[in-house]
Write a protein that binds this ligand. Structure first.
Ligand SMILES: Cc1cc2nc3c(=O)[nH]c(=O)nc-3n(C[C@H](O)[C@H](O)[C@H](O)COP(=O)(O)O)c2cc1C
Length: 289
């Protein structure tokens, strides 16, 4: 009986943790039934945050392999299995990647650095091996491989969080995809989706508020009533909860009296970013028609 009461109290506390995390994330209440199974998993998902600072503590290879196997258990479009994980164990290679991205020192400091790959190289090879035509060399091939790779990355992060590890994806490996591709000897029709820093977190980190569910959760049809107003509301909420430490490119845009998410993202995307990525993907043998 006492045991039962203890379990009930634990479930209630976990349900409350999820409610608090989601309130912080979305600025609205999301009631959680303490009787639901799987609350620990939901608590980890709701409380997600990336980690960029790590303890100088090794991540055992056997654990890493286990997490990779769990990640590669993720669903795969048509069971085509077009995602791979590349473990960068050579510190010289990790340093070479860091050197390409000097504003992200957490890459060099990460005890483990992985690269998640969209791998559409196997299907055309299988067609040749089995003496079949391959009329599917178009955008969907690329899209499916990217989707599989993103799902494997997310599943890895969930598995890592379950054992207490922290992660930070690094799409900046696509700033110089040609160099990364050469360094990692990626064949044709294999492109990096993102890197991933992995380690034991050195700090707890905090929840980043997201756009309200009124903006990103739709029912029956796509509908957003007043995007400008919703974004204003989100900017205010975010500025209160997690203000930006510095403003982006003040030389070009000046110092804004109020600096929210939309100002930051508008400034970020006022610069051309990875405009040559399409050319890289095409050079890697993908047809994007
Ligand atoms: C596909 C992807 C690529 C990312 N690339 C980078 C990156 O290159 N560098 C970095 O520091 N963070 C990167 N991030 C982390 C995001 O900045 C982070 O997820 C976002 O700020 C929201 O914070 P949260 O994940 O803690 O909620 C990436 C995240 C994703 C999902």
């Amino acid at each position: 009986m006492q045991e039962h009461a203890k379990e009930h109290a634990t479930s209630q506390a976990t349900a409350k943790r999820i409610e608090d995390a989601l309130a912080e994330r979305f600025g609205e209440a999301c009631p959680v039934d303490p009787g639901l199974p799987g609350l620990d998993e939901l608590a980890r998902i709701a409380g997600h945050r990336v980690h960029r600072r790590f303890l100088p503590r090794t991540v055992e290879l056997a654990l890493l392999r286990l997490l990779c196997a769990c990640a590669l258990s993720a669903p795969s479009k048509s069971d085509l299995q077009q995602a791979d994980i590349l473990v960068v164990r050579d510190r010289a290679k990790q340093r070479a990647i860091t050197a390409l991205i000097p504003d992200m020192p957490w890459i060099a400091d990460a005890p483990v650095f992985l690269v998640f790959l969209a791998d559409a190289s196997r299907l055309p090879q299988i067609a040749r091996l089995r003496n079949k035509p391959f009329p599917n060399d178009h955008l969907d091939l690329f899209f499916n491989a990217v989707a599989d790779s993103a799902i494997v990355l997310t599943t890895f992060m969930r598995a890592a969080a379950a054992v207490g590890l922290g992660c930070c994806p690094i799409s900046a490996v696509r700033d110089r995809p040609d160099v990364v591709s050469d360094l990692l000897e990626l064949p044709q029709r294999v492109v990096p989706l993102a890197g991933l820093c992995v380690g034991w977190p050195a700090e707890e980190g905090g929840i980043t508020p997201r756009l309200g569910l009124e903006t990103t959760l739709h029912e029956d049809r796509y509908q957003v009533d007043d995007l400008a107003q919703q974004i204003d509301g989100y900017d205010r909420r975010r500025e209160q909860q997690r203000p930006y430490r510095r403003q982006r490119d003040p030389e070009r845009w000046g110092k804004a009296a109020s600096y929210g998410w939309s100002e930051d993202k508008a400034r970020q995307y006022a610069e051309p970013l990875r405009a040559d990525f399409g050319a890289f993907v095409r050079a890697k043998g993908f047809r994007l028609e």
